[in-house]
Design a protein around this ligand. Structure first.
Ligand SMILES: Cc1cc2nc3c(=O)[nH]c(=O)nc-3n(C[C@H](O)[C@H](O)[C@H](O)COP(=O)(O)OP(=O)(O)OC[C@H]3O[C@@H](n4cnc5c(N)ncnc54)[C@H](O)[C@@H]3O)c2cc1C
Length: 433
């Protein structure tokens, strides 16, 4: 139900943050329009289809500790369909594969006993530590202090290179510690059997927005945000080569900060400092079976063209078109791997196949494959990272997205929660509660 005295809110981006914000505002009686530059809602949690079956652009699992996501799944009636399974995480070192949860393989893992004990202590320390807000400095010093140099060099330096292409001295200890605390892969991971859950969730959230009277305009990049010193006045978007103006006093931006800053003349040093990385995600289906059951294989040494391989069908067995093995090769486009950006999907497949063969000893032959360049895959959580504010410094301007949720793990739920937080601030600022 709209109330006439509530202003219209324009939201930039129909990802999890934008959809989460819109649902909360619409339920509180605001009217909302979401402008999305892509053809479909979903953003980073978007999907592609092959033979009418949907797949996420890159691996997506439901984290059992992700309260905002679980709440949303419950609200949309999807929660009873969620199935849970523990995903096996393995590490490749010198073309040998190790499961560190298996005592025998932990013993064989190429690291000294002293380092293994310190590694176990680090994991226990992170599990028990609750507060990750107070700055712990850079990840290198912190790891060396708690776990020692050998653990850092064998396990964490390679993992940081895979994730960001940066040495651990540039990255935040808080970000790393809070990820280890979360124990993402020690707990069961959720999915919707036989379906791509991110597609189902996005569609349900978009449906909810429409059912509550909101509007989602796709293929509609915002090209300008207008404001004067005292307030937001509106924005401009383009659709089918035509420019459209929306007059509004309230805008929520969920696009990455560098995109937002290119749309207006706005000064904010925290926003200006946020840097992003792109990533390549190649998904394929094969009739071959991998010799080992795994959900994620992280390649610690040597570094291959991909940092990790996810086997999506090990979690969700029936996700494939032919119920074969679904493999997701993933490469963060840090400067060292930038050369892969120019490879087309056939060339990249060949590069990945060559490296895959070095580890598994046979050539992977896909039935189909699909490559996505995931733009703005993740902010870089550098050691001096500061969250920008949810309220902008011009009345009527608000921000949501994972660049505001450091140091907690970035997830679909953290994005939804950041959208809901922006909506709460708008409700407080305009309704006075
Ligand atoms: C490969 C990968 C794997 C992941 N795995 C998991 C997982 O297993 N579990 C989990 O919970 N989370 C996972 N995540 C994280 C989760 O997908 C994200 O945190 C979440 O989707 C981010 O949502 P968002 O709305 O904040 O940002 P985005 O999805 O980036 O949304 C921003 C939107 O703004 C739009 N936009 C940008 N510029 C403009 C403009 N000028 N005009 C209009 N629109 C614009 C974009 O197109 C986009 O749709 C993963 C993410 C990736 C990339």
């Amino acid at each position: 139900m709209f109330s006439n005295n509530k202003p219209k809110v324009a939201i930039i981006g129909a990802g999890m943050s934008g959809l989460g914000a819109a649902i909360k505002l619409l339920e509180s009686g605001y009217s909302c329009v979401i402008l999305e530059s892509q053809a479909e809602a979903g953003g980073l949690a978007g999907s592609f289809s092959i033979d009418k079956k949907y797949f996420p652009f890159g691996y997506h699992h439901i984290l059992c500790q992700d309260k905002p996501l679980l709440k949303t799944l419950k609200k949309l009636g999807l929660y009873p369909q969620v199935a849970w399974k523990k995903g096996k995480v393995l590490f490749a070192v010198d073309n040998q594969i190790y499961n560190l949860e298996n005592p025998w393989e932990f013993i064989k893992f190429p690291m000294s006993w002293k380092a293994k004990i310190k590694f176990a202590k680090l994991m226990a320390y992170c599990f028990l530590k609750k507060d990750w807000e107070k700055s712990l400095g850079n990840a290198q010093n912190w790891l060396d202090k708690i776990a020692g140099e050998e653990v850092r060099k064998t396990i964490f330096d390679p993992l940081m290179d895979i994730k960001y292409g940066l040495p651990s001295e540039n990255l935040s200890a808080n970000w790393l510690g809070s990820r280890l605390h979360y124990q993402e892969f020690s707990k069961p991971l959720g999915y919707l059997p036989n379906q791509d859950w991110t597609k189902v969730l996005t569609d349900k959230m978009a449906e909810k927005v429409k059912e509550l009277g909101g509007e989602i305009i796709t293929n509609a990049p915002v090209t300008k945000i207008r404001f004067n010193q005292n307030k937001v006045t509106g924005l401009t978007y383009v659709r089918q080569n035509q420019s459209y103006d929306i007059n509004t006093e309230i805008v929520i931006n969920t696009a990455p900060p560098h995109i937002f800053l290119s749309l207006c003349d706005y000064q904010d040093t925290k926003l200006q400092k946020v840097e992003y990385l792109d990533a390549l995600s190649l998904i394929l289906e094969t009739e071959q079976k991998l010799p080992r059951e795994l959900y994620l294989l992280s390649c610690l040494r040597p570094r291959y063209s991909f940092g990790g391989i996810f086997m999506l069908s090990s979690l969700n067995r029936t996700i494939g078109v032919k119920n074969g093995t679904i493999v997701n090769f993933f490469t963060t486009l840090s400067p060292k791997y930038e050369y892969l950006r120019s490879q087309n999907s056939e060339e990249l497949l060949e590069t990945y196949q060559r490296d895959f063969e070095k580890i598994f000893g046979f050539r992977l032959e896909p039935i189909w494959h699909h490559l996505t360049l995931i733009k703005n895959y993740s902010p870089k959580f550098l050691n001096d990272y500061k969250n920008p504010e949810t309220r902008g410094n011009i009345p009527g301007l608000y921000f949501a997205g994972n660049y505001l949720t450091y140091p907690i793990i970035t997830s679909t739920g953290s994005a939804i929660a950041s959208g809901e937080k922006a909506a709460d601030y708008i409700i407080q600022d305009h309704d006075g509660h």
